[in-house]
Design a protein around this ligand. Sequence first.
Ligand code: HEC
Ligand code: HEC
Length: 304
Amino acid sequence: MSDFTSNFWSGYVAIITIVSILACLLLLWFSGKAKAMTANDNTTGHVWDGDLREMNNPLPRWWVWLFILTIIFAGVYLALYPGLGSSTGTLGWTSLGEHQAELDKAQKELAPLYAKFSAMKPDELSKDANAMGIGERLFMNNCSQCHGSDARGSKGFPNLTDGDWLYGGTPEKITETITAGRIGNMPPMAAAVGSSDDVKNVANYVLSLSGSPHDSLRASLGKAKFGACAACHGIDGKGNPALGAPNLTDDIWLHGWGEGAIVSMINNGKVNQMPAQADKLSAAQIQVLASYVWGLSQSGTGRK
Ligand code: HEC
Ligand code: HEC
C-alpha cells in the first residue's frame, strides 16, 4: 500500500534497493579480481608498528559464502514480503493484517469469558472479582483521562461514584450513556431572565434550593424568574434525567459552586459532551464497564 499519489517514489525506492544489492555483488566480484600491488613475499608493502606487515590473502571462503547468502536472502525476502517500493510481496503479509490477527485471537480467547459475563446480572457482575478486574482496566484505558482514575471526576466531568446522576444511574441508563454518548446542552438564558440584576437574583434562588449560603432577599426576588429554568430543571429544581439537566437542590456542582459560577452558567450556557464508545468497545466490554461504574456508585464509599 502506498500513501503517495504517483508511482514515482515507489519506483525510486525500488531502484535504489536493487542498485544497492547489485553493487554488493559487483564489489564482491571486483575484490576477487583486482590485483593489489604485492611484493614477492605476498605482502602489500604496508607496515605498521615497525614489523606488522599487511598480507594480500584472498577473502576466506566462509566469509564470501556468507556475503552471497545475505544477498540471496535479500532477494528472497523482497520477493515474499513488501519491501520493494510499493510491491506487496507474494505472501500478502501486512503489519495491519498481523495486528488484526492478534486482535482476533485475543477476542476469541476472551469470548467464553465475556459470554459468561453477559449471562450475569449487573449486581452479580459487580461482585465478580474477575469481571471487576477487567472493568477497572477498561476504565483506566478508556475513561480515566476524563473521569479520573478514581472515577470521581473533576469540574465539567461528572463524579461517577456519588449516586448523583445527570442521566440516571440504573445499569441500563449507564449502558446507554457509555454506548451512545451524551450531549448536555444548556442554552444561554440571560435574555429570558432579564437584567443582570435579575440573573443575580435567580442565581441566589438556585443557591437557596440546596441550602447553600445566599442572599435571601435576592433569592425571593429571583424565585419568580426561575420559571424560565423550570422547563429543564423542573419546578422544584430537582432536574430532568431525560435532558441531563442537573438536580440543583443537592449541593453537588458539576460546573462550580457559588453565585459567580451560576451567573456564568445563566449568561453563557454550556454544551458538555460524553463521547460515544460503541465504535471503540464491544457491547460485552460496555456491559462489564457499566456494571463496574454502577458498582462504584453502589459501594457507598463515594456517596456525599
Ligand atoms: C473525553 C472525555 C470523556 C471520556 C473519555 C469519557 N467520558 Fe464519560 N462523560 C464525560 C462528560 C463531559 C460527561 C458529562 C456529560 C454532560 O454533562 O452532559 C460524561 C458523562 C458520563 C456518564 C453520565 C454521568 C451521569 O451523571 O449521568 C457516565 C456514566 C460516563 N460518563 C461514563 C464513562 C465511561 C464508563 C467512560 C469510559 C468508557 C467515559 N465516561 C469516558 C466525558 C468523558
Ligand atoms: C434547555 C434546558 C435548560 C434550561 C432552560 C436551563 N438549563 Fe441549566 N442546565 C441544563 C443542562 C442540560 C445542564 C447541564 C449541562 C451539562 O451537561 O454539563 C444545566 C446546568 C446548569 C447548572 C450547573 C449545575 C452544576 O451542577 O454545576 C446550573 C447552575 C443551571 N443549569 C442553572 C440554570 C438556571 C438558573 C436556569 C434558568 C435561568 C437554567 N439552568 C435553564 C439545561 C437547562
